[in-house]
Design a protein around this ligand. Structure first.
Ligand SMILES: NC(=O)C1=CN([C@@H]2O[C@H](COP(=O)(O)OP(=O)(O)OC[C@H]3O[C@@H](n4cnc5c(N)ncnc54)[C@H](OP(=O)(O)O)[C@@H]3O)[C@@H](O)[C@H]2O)C=CC1
Ligand SMILES: Nc1nc(=O)c2c([nH]1)NC[C@@H]1CN(c3ccc(C(=O)N[C@@H](CCC(=O)O)C(=O)O)cc3)C=[N+]21
Length: 290
């Protein structure tokens, strides 16, 4: 069993990004600049956005963090997005999800200029992705593809079972894996809460992507010997033995699943850092195009 080290791969990719930023500046191009919008004070969202802003600094990107109270109206938030769309210094716009219930996430996502949609959530971005056209890929599935590529894992003809069908993870993941470009060319089953007898499907899978949001959901008895398991889940659970009182676990029960795998991603230091890489690569790509 080999652990797919998302932290190490992300560091490698970040070094490449730094070189590309230097080359871009040498050619008289602009410094990539990411703007993040954070509404409310959800601690998890604070941590993720903080991580993204720190990574921008590390890579020599510009970053702007706009914070708003959770009672901001949809109208005012749309106006803030519009200002970022119109600001020529900004290459990428990220609106941290989830948003408060009174704001339509679709309305906000649709307002982001597709040329600055580094999260890859806009319908234009997702439509182009489905058609195999050049676009910003959603950061998490993109990061996972970068990791598979880095380890030279050939999925051609393999059976992948993706568990979870969200717009930002499971659905785009299933599309990227089934495309006819490496590391795709897989045969994909997209499973969700209405899937009947999930275990019989996962037992046939050469690759399992778990994106459910339930700690330890995928257990060893559901996994075939030699499978590749990608754990997207980020769940904070109580752990009185830690000084913080909690720790992060994935959607995979690592202890029972890992011994059966050929490769597995850990949580933390697996898909999470690769998501940030995907986002940074998209922001660089946007600056290069500008
Ligand atoms: N590492 C990273 O960078 C990121 C991690 N995440 C994490 O990944 C996980 C998934 O996120 P996200 O996709 O946004 O989550 P969502 O809650 O949007 O989607 C969860 C999916 O899991 C399905 N599901 C729920 N219960 C079951 C079940 N018992 N059996 C089969 N399928 C089930 C749901 O089905 P249905 O559609 O029927 O409701 C849904 O499609 C979370 O832990 C999240 O924190 C998310 C984004 C980035
Ligand atoms: N518009 C938008 N874009 C997103 O990309 C987005 C979002 N909203 N909402 C929430 C999810 C979640 N997400 C993560 C990113 C990085 C880590 C990450 O870096 N995790 C580290 C550890 C983090 C820690 O220790 O707290 C790791 O897994 O090693 C995790 C989760 C992006 N998301």
């Amino acid at each position: 069993m080999q652990i797919l080290d998302g932290l190490a791969v992300s560091q490698h990719i970040k070094e490449q990004i730094k070189l590309e930023v230097a080359a871009l500046k040498n050619k008289g191009g602009k410094t990539p600049h990411l703007a993040a919008i954070l509404v409310g004070n959800n601690p998890a969202s604070e941590a993720y956005v903080g991580n993204k802003v720190r990574t921008c600094e590390e890579l020599g990107f510009g970053s702007t963090l706009l914070r708003f109270d959770s009672d901001i109206s949809e109208f005012v938030l749309l106006n803030e997005v519009q200002k970022l769309n119109d600001n020529p210094d900004i290459d990428g716009i990220l609106v941290q999800l989830p948003l408060p219930k009174h704001i339509s996430e679709n309305a906000i996502i649709n307002a982001i200029h597709p040329g600055k949609d580094v999260d890859g959530f806009h319908p234009i971005s997702q439509g182009k992705m489905v058609l195999g056209q050049d676009t910003f890929l959603p950061a998490t599935p993109y990061g996972i593809m970068l990791m598979l590529e880095y380890y030279n894992l050939d999925l051609t003809g393999k059976h992948c079972v993706v568990i979870g069908r969200s717009n930002i993870v499971g659905t785009p993941m299933s599309i990227l894996l089934s495309r006819n470009t490496r590391p795709g060319n897989a045969t994909v089953t997209l499973a969700h809460s209405r899937t009947r007898d999930l275990k019989s499907l996962t037992l046939q899978a050469d690759v399992i992507v778990a994106a459910i949001g339930k700690p330890g959901f995928l257990t060893g008895d559901m996994v075939k010997e030699g499978a590749i398991v990608i754990d997207v889940g980020i769940n904070r659970i109580d752990d009185p033995s830690r000084k913080s009182g909690s720790r992060l676990v994935g959607d995979v029960d690592f202890d029972s699943v890992a011994p059966k795998c050929s490769y597995i991603t850990p949580v933390p230091k697996g898909v999470g850092p690769m998501t940030i890489c995907g986002l940074m690569k998209n922001t660089l790509k946007s600056a290069q195009a500008r």
